[in-house]
Ligand binder design. Structure first.
Ligand code: ZN
Length: 140
């Protein structure tokens, strides 16, 4: 078992000699060290990693207050298999108001059954901090 970051390794993170991106070099800086992700793409990756690690605190911390659930549900026994980013669209409405959309496919196995979660997520930047707003499911 490698220590490759669950998100697969953000392109901006330092790679090891083996070409892998460790959790410590990738999402840990946002999840554990309080650094702010520089954009919605890095937030998306770190939130996927937090889902894999069932880190409810981080997920709630990076959820826009108006949409934040009181409790994050995790599927018992879910095995996350990987994250593919399909699209990343930063939208600067004004210099002070930025939003972004990230389309992704996350693969997960629950109770022996593999499924694909295909969503387009919306993010907003508030006071320099990127937050998750909501997602549209495009599985259908
Ligand atoms: Zn990562």
């Amino acid at each position: 078992m490698s220590d490759t970051c669950p998100c697969g390794g953000s392109p901006s993170a330092a790679k090891s000699k083996q070409g892998e991106v460790s959790y410590q070099a990738c999402c840990a800086r946002y999840i554990e060290q309080g650094q702010l992700p520089p954009d919605a793409l890095h937030l998306m990756r770190s939130r996927y990693t937090a889902f894999v690690m069932e880190n409810e605190t981080y997920l709630k911390h990076t959820w826009q207050a108006a949409h934040r659930p009181s409790h994050v549900e995790f599927d018992v026994g879910a095995q996350w298999l990987g994250l593919d980013i399909k699209d990343f669209v930063p939208i600067a409405l004004t210099e002070k108001h930025e939003t972004a959309e990230v389309e992704f496919v996350a693969r997960v196995r629950v109770a022996g059954k593999a499924t694909r979660l295909h969503e387009r997520s919306r993010f907003v930047c508030e006071d320099g901090q990127w937050l998750y707003v909501s997602a549209v499911n495009i599985n259908a």
